[in-house]
Design a protein around this ligand. Structure first.
Ligand SMILES: Nc1ncnc2c1ncn2[C@@H]1O[C@H](COP(=O)(O)OP(=O)(O)OP(=O)(O)O)[C@@H](O)[C@H]1O
Length: 255
């Protein structure tokens, strides 16, 4: 299972990614959760203590490592496009609650044609993650579509777009689907979050093809409580966890 979780800002990507990762860990699977968001907070949502999180530097900011692996440096503009990265996920991740967290970060100056050493490193690490054949890899992407333009996660098996029940979120799903097809990623599916009732459910069903709809997570004050307490929704909200477990079952059936 290798999925990239994407969607508009604040829709619940991190909530979903973290809970899903914990559910796979509960089964004894090896789970690697990669945070590809400049405003990294997947660790908190996974339940990592702040002391551990404070000790982690995103790979995108590890200048010396990037220089060492790519050969790029202040005096050398030439660099390798295929740096060695196979040891990075295990060496630089931290484990808690059975989930390996890898903070990748992003390259802020990005843009469509970005081939800076940082971007080359990140893309190569992500491409490498697909080779971890028995592992579950869940990537929490930055909000928006820029990462699709950069092809950061084109090696993933599928994208899950988290949406809220609204026209703007549905538009994002359509855009992701189109860009994903260009990248060769065939499966783009939807989780509708913050759903308030049957009207919202009907709205989503009327806009998203049934085969693309993985399920619903209802609007849930316990999820907000978890965030306020700096805890994982997995540890705080049984009801959100159970809704996400159902979504996971559908993901597993169709994998
Ligand atoms: N089902 C839900 N019910 C109520 N609140 C929710 C639900 N899911 C997420 N939230 C809240 O919405 C806010 C944003 O959630 P989250 O951080 O998971 O979104 P995100 O898409 O990862 O955000 P960003 O784009 O900033 O990375 C958080 O305060 C979270 O607690």
């Amino acid at each position: 299972m290798k999925i990239a979780i994407t969607g508009k800002g604040g829709v619940g990507k991190t909530t979903f990614a973290a809970t899903l990762a914990r559910l796979y860990a509960e089964e004894g699977r090896t789970v690697l959760a990669a945070d590809v968001d400049p405003d990294a907070n997947l660790g908190l949502a996974l339940g990592f203590p702040e002391e551990i999180l404070d000790s982690i530097t995103p790979i995108s900011k590890m200048r010396r490592l990037i220089e060492e692996r790519t050969g790029a440096g202040p005096d050398n503009q030439m660099y390798k496009l295929n740096p060695k990265v196979d040891d990075i996920p295990d060496t630089y991740s931290k484990v808690y609650n059975g989930v390996k967290l890898l903070l990748l970060g992003t390259v802020e100056t990005g843009g469509g044609g970005c081939v800076c050493p940082e971007h080359v490193m990140l893309k190569r690490i992500i491409n490498h993650l697909i080779l971890r054949s028995n592992d579950v890899v869940i990537m929490d992407m930055e909000a928006g579509l820029e990462h699709l333009g950069r092809g950061t996660c084109e090696s993933m098996e599928q994208f899950v777009v988290v949406i809220e029940p609204g026209a703007r979120s549905v538009q994002t799903y359509k855009n992701v689907k189109r860009l994903a097809e260009d990248l060769g990623v065939k499966k783009v599916r939807v989780v509708a979050n913050k759903v308030r009732g049957t009207e919202d459910e009907e709205f989503v069903r009327s806009k998203i093809p049934a085969e693309d709809l993985l399920g619903f997570i209802h609007y849930n004050p316990e999820v907000i409580d978890a965030d306020r307490q700096g805890k994982s929704p997995y540890d705080v909200s049984e009801s959100a966890k159970e809704e996400i477990r159902k979504i996971k079952e559908i993901l597993d059936q169709s994998n």
